[in-house]
Design a protein around this ligand. Structure first.
Ligand code: SAM
Ligand code: SF4
Length: 348
């Protein structure tokens, strides 16, 4: 059983507030929330082995996370994704899923979902389903247990695969995310795709993004998906499909497997014109773009008052600053990250 989250005053007849529209006329309908910067894995492209994590006192409480998410829902956000770090290692996280599910019940929210490394999925799959979660993204870069351990440093593939089994048994749809890594999993991509599609799961490939210092050269890891796609095309028939999500994924249908394959290519493709999302960190910092440093502090207005007026003002000001697009580059002279923060801060 999960403890209930108190949401005092949150849903009392608040005045209707205008939807969030940015200066480029894009409606903000998708909020991704990193609920913790901590993780039980240390993936080589995401974290260094000795990560310094935030003091727990800096984190938004589950009640505060609920309040911010609900404020965004009141402003027209239709999709919430909890991520991290690893969202399922945050203590009491099921209480947050459970309380946010009221927005699904009311019809204010279309989708409540998460991105997970799958390590705790066997334990939580049924509860997630009961909270109205319909689909989950599970990150698996390889089906080779030794390689999996090498990539994640601490991960156990068997546990993750049990999580996938449990999620499917609970009736959750699954999308597998795999980061394409040069010389690591490039020749395994067809195997991963056949496995995913054979189980009725989508597969999305992700290009390594230059976020945070992970103690290894980015150029060593970077594998352009244009190359992956060209290689796949030699063996498979890929039909472009127009399943746009407002995000960086472009999809194809693979004729031979019948499954869907996505490509997330932030470094080689510009997807910003349709961007519908903003990202909240576990300390209440709002990033208007994954690839830019500009951010807004929502924790101060949140804590300054029990009413949400200051919070809404801060959200409005932030959305007015949402940039037209990002400018990721892997710095080829210095081979350093383009942005100092890790993916686990802003979520994937
Ligand atoms: N821990 C969860 C997981 O691994 O799914 C959620 C958070 S993780 C930061 C979200 C996604 O970001 C994962 O699919 C992960 O592979 C991806 N990711 C992490 N660092 C990345 C990087 N530098 N470039 C591209 N993708 C990255
Ligand atoms: Fe953890 Fe996910 Fe980052 Fe891997 S990618 S270290 S599982 S947050």
């Amino acid at each position: 059983m999960t403890d209930a989250i108190e949401t005092p005053g949150l849903d009392r007849g608040a005045p209707a507030r205008p939807p969030l529209i940015d200066p480029f006329a894009r409606a903000i309908t998708y909020l991704r929330v990193s609920v913790t910067d901590r993780c039980d894995f240390r993936c080589v492209y995401c974290m260094s082995e000795n990560m310094a994590f935030l003091p727990k006192a800096d984190l938004l409480s589950l009640e505060e996370l609920d309040r911010v998410c609900s404020a965004f829902v009141a402003r027209g956000v239709r999709k919430l994704r909890l991520t991290g770090g690893e969202p399922l290692v945050r203590r009491g996280i099921m209480a947050l899923f459970s309380s946010l599910s009221r927005h699904l019940d009311s019809g204010a929210l279309d989708e409540l979902t998460l991105t997970t490394n799958g390590s705790q999925l066997a334990r939580y799959a049924a509860e997630l389903k009961a909270c109205g979660v319909k689909r989950v993204n599970v990150s698996i870069d390889t089906l080779d247990a030794d390689k999996f351990r090498a990539i994640t440093r601490w991960g156990d593939l068997g546990k993750v695969l049990s999580g996938v089994d449990a999620a499917q048994a609970a009736g959750l749809a699954i999308k597998i995310n795999a980061v394409a890594l040069k010389g690591v999993n490039d020749d395994e991509i067809p195997t991963l795709m056949e496995w995913a599609h054979g189980r009725g799961m989508d597969l999305t490939l992700i290009e390594v993004m230059p976020l945070g210092d992970v103690g290894e050269g980015r150029l060593d890891q970077y594998l352009p998906l244009s190359l992956v796609r060209a290689r796949l095309s030699e063996r498979y028939t890929l039909h472009d499909i127009d399943d746009r999500t407002g995000g960086p994924a472009r999809y194809v249908r693979v004729a031979e497997t019948g499954g869907r394959l996505g490509f997330i290519t932030p470094l080689t493709h510009n997807f910003c014109e349709s961007c519908n999302r903003v990202r909240l960190t576990c300390t209440g910092t709002l990033y208007m773009c994954l690839g830019q440093e500009d951010a807004a502090d929502l924790r101060t207005p949140l804590r300054a008052s029990e009413a949400d007026d200051l919070l809404h003002t801060a959200i409005d000001e932030a959305v007015r600053r949402k940039p037209r697009g990002h400018d990721f580059v892997i710095d080829r002279r210095h081979n350093r990250p383009a942005l100092p923060r890790h993916m686990s801060v802003t979520g994937g």
